[in-house]
Design a protein around this ligand. Structure first.
Ligand SMILES: [Zn+2]
Length: 108
């Protein structure tokens, strides 16, 4: 059985965390202006970092959406159960990979 109370609590935690992360990424991926008093190499670095941060940002946004969907579906009796074998998926795995619909065994 899935401990829904625990899952709900952990979900809220993860949502708060992910939201904070998104704010952080948004601040870091502010546009790189040519006026910045940095050399060409560090500007390249800044641009590379920006790409990395933008990727991380979109990933975090995606995760947030999935977490919220899961939170909205907490009452669904099938939530947290493997779509293939019907066994409960551990809460830790659910939170780490909210997009995962299968247990560890079935996802291999
Ligand atoms: Zn399974």
């Amino acid at each position: 059985m899935i401990d829904k109370a625990q899952l709900s609590e952990k979900l809220s935690e993860q949502i708060t965390l992910t939201e904070k992360k998104i704010v952080g990424f948004e601040e870091m991926s502010a546009p790189v202006t040519p006026d910045d008093a940095i050399g060409r190499i560090s500007r390249m670095d800044a641009i590379n970092n920006k790409a990395v941060q933008e990727a991380a940002l979109s990933k975090a946004r995606e995760k947030l959406t999935k977490l919220k969907v899961m939170q909205a579906n907490l009452d669904d009796p099938k939530l947290g159960l493997c779509k293939r074998c019907g066994r409960p998926i551990p809460t830790g795995r659910l939170l780490l990979m909210p997009e995962s619909a299968f247990c560890v065994r079935c996802s291999r």
